[in-house]
Design a protein around this ligand. Sequence first.
Ligand code: FAD
Length: 415
Amino acid sequence: MDDGSIFHDVAVVGGGPAGLSAAIALSQAGAYTALIARRAPYADNRTTALLGASVDFLETLGVWPRCRDKAAALTTMRLVDDTGRLIRAPEVRFSAEEIGLDAFGHNIENRTLMAALEARAAELANLTRYDDEASTVIADDTAVSLRTGNGNSISARLVVGADGRHSLCREAAGIEVTGRELQQSALTFNIGHSRPHRNISTEFHTPQGPCVFVPLPGERCSVVWVAAPKEAERLMALGDDELSEAAEKQSHSILGRVKVEAGRNLFPLAIERPRQFARHRIVLVGEAAHVIPPIGAQGLNLGLRDGADIAEIVRDALAAGEDPGAPAALRRYDFKRRADVLSRTFAIDLANRSLLSDLLPMQSIRAAGLHLIGSIGPLRRLAMREGLAPSWRARPTLRETPADPSREATSHSSK
Ligand SMILES: Cc1cc2nc3c(=O)[nH]c(=O)nc-3n(C[C@H](O)[C@H](O)[C@H](O)COP(=O)(O)OP(=O)(O)OC[C@H]3O[C@@H](n4cnc5c(N)ncnc54)[C@H](O)[C@@H]3O)c2cc1C
């Protein structure tokens, strides 16, 4: 390609947590990588419960050592039926110890995780950052051409669309999504409390959705309170004292006195899945590929697995002298991500629908299911392991691979 473009093996569009981690993984896999992402302070107060292999992945990326001391271990997860309905599920308690782990994972503020990802991305010699937005993305048989808002022209053999829910890359690939807006919103805020959380995450299931208290370091928790949109807006508009009181009441005072910290955000919820995960030299990662409600802390954990998988596929393609954007690599990515994403989306949708349902038979099935999980050890352990990551998934072998300098003449610097 000789049109004045800067040529890369891969271009990642979008610098949220999924895009940054994919860009780091790809450059560590030896790909000359462009990252097209505005540098902006992280704008909300969400936290992420990083489960199982996500922490291992961030460790491999050299990110976890920069932020692990600001994360809280999650050793126990409690599900409490707080629907007040006639048929209620028993309390279910999952303990990491029961499956031989010290913790299911770690809860961390996204802001802190993002700072660690940004710092690591800035260190990598074969990762070129464009502090900009992609304005056009056009794929042809040999490459994808991108233009940025500031007029940069970039070409790549593969584009990783990490540009969130309204993905330009997804549109450029012609990938349709199916899904629906949910009649629920999630209010997020952090609290300080007077009793220790003892690293227990507690999920209260209300008739409008779950309200989860997830440990942070010290005597603090992050709260994700899912409710009908009107109720979520009402909670959002409360004064600090009133919201503290409401949160204490919703938590049944298990954390003692509650005091909300500054900052809240409201997220309308939706569920979305793409018809394909890859098409026309473009693969989708993170919320460009899947949007799920915050139940069971799956969203970004899936997004990190997307990044790990595409990095492994690109590493293997480059090592074999193959084109990382060729149909074979795209088929491999689609195959790897499909079962993982669709099975999680289905399970979470089902759990959410069964909680919201007013139908007695549905409530009975839900209560019986939770009763079985709570009382039958092997079933409970299976649920715990599957909740962390699909058991059939082979762990990506993401060793660091130096970029091949002989490709640098045609990749990266051939302006
Ligand atoms: C209330 C709530 C709680 C959650 N809790 C958890 C949890 O505990 N555990 C978990 O695993 N997940 C959780 N999730 C899900 C998780 O937050 C998301 O999966 C994750 O934030 C998505 O990251 P992303 O990088 O895909 O998207 P985003 O963070 O939306 O990033 C996309 C980025 O792309 C940029 N962009 C868009 N268009 C362009 C363009 N044309 N050019 C360049 N850049 C562009 C945007 O500016 C943005 O920076 C939660 C979600 C919610 C709503």
